[in-house]
Design a binder for this molecule. Sequence first.
Ligand SMILES: [Fe+2]
Length: 457
Amino acid sequence: PFALGVASGDPAPDGVVLWTRLVLADAAQLQAAHTVRWEVAHDARFAKIVQKGEAPALPQLGHSVHVELRGLAPGRWYHYRFMLGDAVSAVGRTRTAPAAGDLPDALRVAFASCQRWEHGQYAAWRHLAADQPDLVLFLGDYIYEYATPKNASDLARTHSLKLATTLADYRDRYALHKSDPALQAAHATCPWAVTWDDHEVQNDYAAGAGRDDTPHFLAMRGAAWQAFYENMPLRATSLARPFPDTRWDALQVYRRLRWGRLAHIHLLDGRQYRTWQACRTPDSASAGAVRGGACAELADPARTYLGAAQEQWLDAGLASDAAAPDATRWSVLAQQTLFSPRHYPSGTVTTDNWDGYPAGRARLLQSVARHAPRNTVLLGGDIHQNYVCRVHADADRPDSPVIASEFCGTSISSRSGTTQDKVDAVARHNPHVLLARCDLRGYGIADITPERWTTTL
Ligand SMILES: [Fe+2]
């Protein structure tokens, strides 16, 4: 029953979320509610049990299990496992965050995104597990909703699922991805904190709007969001209303993780609240690109990427990071995509990422600048390329002060869809871009100490 592995997430100083989801064989088992036992121990052989208990696995939630531990010691590693009848799950390792007032010597964070099944094997996850991070930030596109392309000749592997549109489809899609042993090993190696991007629902969707040929888009989005919750180690506070009154028309994905006084991680949600992409026609399958001068809407200050409530929440969080000297050494903005501008030699503007939301980007930059001094680092994904950028106070003025650094990580497996020659031309055209590479798959490792931030791509 534990063929999808185990996971843990959102570590706090006193606890962490434990996750699994049962795979059940026959129809009677599938319709029934089950009770799973769990154990947390100091050792991998479970000789020194710290806590144990029971948790429901309900058919209404895809037989997923979410256990929110409390009462653990801060800054400490634990082992955990689940049992159902005689069956015992794989053993996962997890850890708590340091106590709120502590300034730990080191934190190793891995950040990753975009793991399209057909595009590659998950070798990156094996390497990541060997790197032994304290925390994995997954920044979106955990699944891709597509069917396998008809021409499969150049694909690394295929699957037989149709384009995902129903709850059963999305559940099956997570099960497909989670069947991979390397991904399971990465989940079992440390806690994760996850956010999402578009492919968890539909390519380039924006808030309540998808392609206009999608019947009942909101119902489809609800099914996709439910499957996301079921398959991720999220806290119950991410639900708009507790089960069984849950409605899947909202999911609280933006949130903060505090690593003592060393780092404060603001996880952002750039999908749920954004304005429809500028000058995108409703029947288009993707947002694409526009000529800057040909799309007046692009500059509309009312357009938003995070939504007003999340913008205010983030501004308050950045203010609090800087409120006292040494309150937070590093402020980390963990979000979906490339934040810095990419000015193309051709003059086109891509509209699905922050380049399509210049007013929203300017407001975030003002917020970072207003609550100085601070060490701000942005992490991203989505573009399937490694980008390292200086973040200027005014995104369009390279002579304005540098107020943050950005590391946008490449994909676990998804193809970049471009060539290094083209990427080099973009980098030459954008002096704030210090590194741009499309030819490598993988993830980023950030080694964070009170004095230094080192990213390995
Ligand atoms: Fe992607």
